[in-house]
Design a binder for this molecule. Structure first.
Ligand SMILES: [Zn+2]
Length: 337
């Protein structure tokens, strides 16, 4: 079937200020904003699901996943049974072909957008309102809220796919969510031990959603993604929004790798360097005593056995996180429900 409307072209055209045909009339679809599209079945839903992508504009595979799901709804090949809000979060960074235009938008939620006035600050504030509108306009009754914020990482990873579980403020972690993510091919989980300004923490903390930052693989340009690597995640997200009751296997401890943040190393000085090559993969273990980073005159050495590095980026703005280290936690030690 030939397509006359392309949701990504529409989003990009709007971000550029170009004209493009209006979003097609569809009885179940409400367009909140450019790239922010709610789809609501007439009745019978019990879940409110947010699938967001392009918080970082060069992370193309999640954008292609979301685009294709929206197209499948428009084509009538994906029947939606649960409320879903698709968010192409930062169209301007897609146009720029960059992670962000001025500021990393995934540091601007939970009110942090009030500290500046860039396009990203302004848009993060709007995205928070769209999340609120979507969750609070659900029909009355017992409902479950979800938010999967989809990313790909800048570098290779010893564990290709992983998810960040936002800080729970003492609430237990959910076996059902760990199992769902494992079914998506995401069996590695990183536990955040403090509030953050990420999009997923916002939905988790403000709206009690089961929310995650999901890293699905490595950044590649549009059209160069091997979509078979994302097939499991694509299948599970489609199942989540197109079935009344999602069938999941029993929780199996042996499927999951859980990592706890050991240390956060911020860049505080102009003179900052990481003491390892740019292409070292996420989750690479380092030996006790090894030098990790030099911040001005402060040296950071590995303190724990099997401390692994994650999200290294020496080029962050001063005051921002340049590196995390993590250690593995036995699943049996988790407070699970
Ligand atoms: Zn990202």
């Amino acid at each position: 079937m030939s397509r006359t409307f392309d949701v990504l072209e529409w989003t990009i055209a709007a971000a550029r200020g170009d004209s493009y045909p209006d979003f097609p009339e569809h009885p179940q679809i409400t367009v909140y904003d450019t790239g922010v599209i709610a789809i609501e079945p007439e009745q019978g839903s019990s879940k409110d699901v947010i699938l967001s992508c392009a918080v970082h504009g060069d992370e193309t595979a999640p954008i292609e996943l979301v685009r294709d799901m929206i197209h499948a709804v428009l084509d009538g090949t994906l029947e939606i049974r649960q409320r879903v809000l698709f968010m192409i979060a930062n169209p301007w960074s897609i146009v720029a072909g960059k992670r962000f235009v001025e500021v990393n938008m995934n540091r601007l939620f939970s009110g942090a957008h009030a500290t500046g006035d860039t396009l990203e600050h302004q848009h993060a504030a709007k995205l928070e309102r769209y999340v609120e509108r979507f969750y609070t306009s659900a029909p009355a009754g017992q409902r479950q809220r979800y938010h999967y914020d989809l990313h790909t990482a800048i570098r290779d990873s010893a564990y290709e796919k992983f998810a960040v579980y936002p800080f729970r403020h003492g609430q237990p972690y959910k076996r059902e969510q760990l199992t769902f993510l494992a079914e998506c091919g995401v069996s590695t989980i990183l536990l955040n031990q403090a509030p953050t300004t990420t999009f997923s923490y916002f939905s988790s903390h403000q709206f009690g959603a089961d929310a995650f930052t999901v890293e699905l693989g490595k950044v590649r340009p549009f059209g160069q993604n091997d979509m078979s690597r994302f097939a499991a995640a694509d299948h599970m997200f489609r199942q989540l929004i197109s079935t009344e009751t999602l069938e999941l296997p029993e929780f199996d401890v042996s499927r999951h790798h859980i990592f706890d943040v050991c240390r956060t190393i911020d860049r505080t000085q102009t003179e900052f360097r990481l003491n390892f090559p740019d292409d070292v993969a996420n989750f690479t273990p380092f030996s006790q005593g090894e030098l990790l980073a030099v911040d001005g005159t402060t040296e950071y050495h590995v303190e724990q056995a099997q401390e692994r590095i994650i999200f290294p980026n020496a080029n962050v703005a001063i005051g921002q996180r340049a590196l995390l280290t993590v250690t593995e936690l036995p699943v049996a030690e988790l407070d699970l429900v």
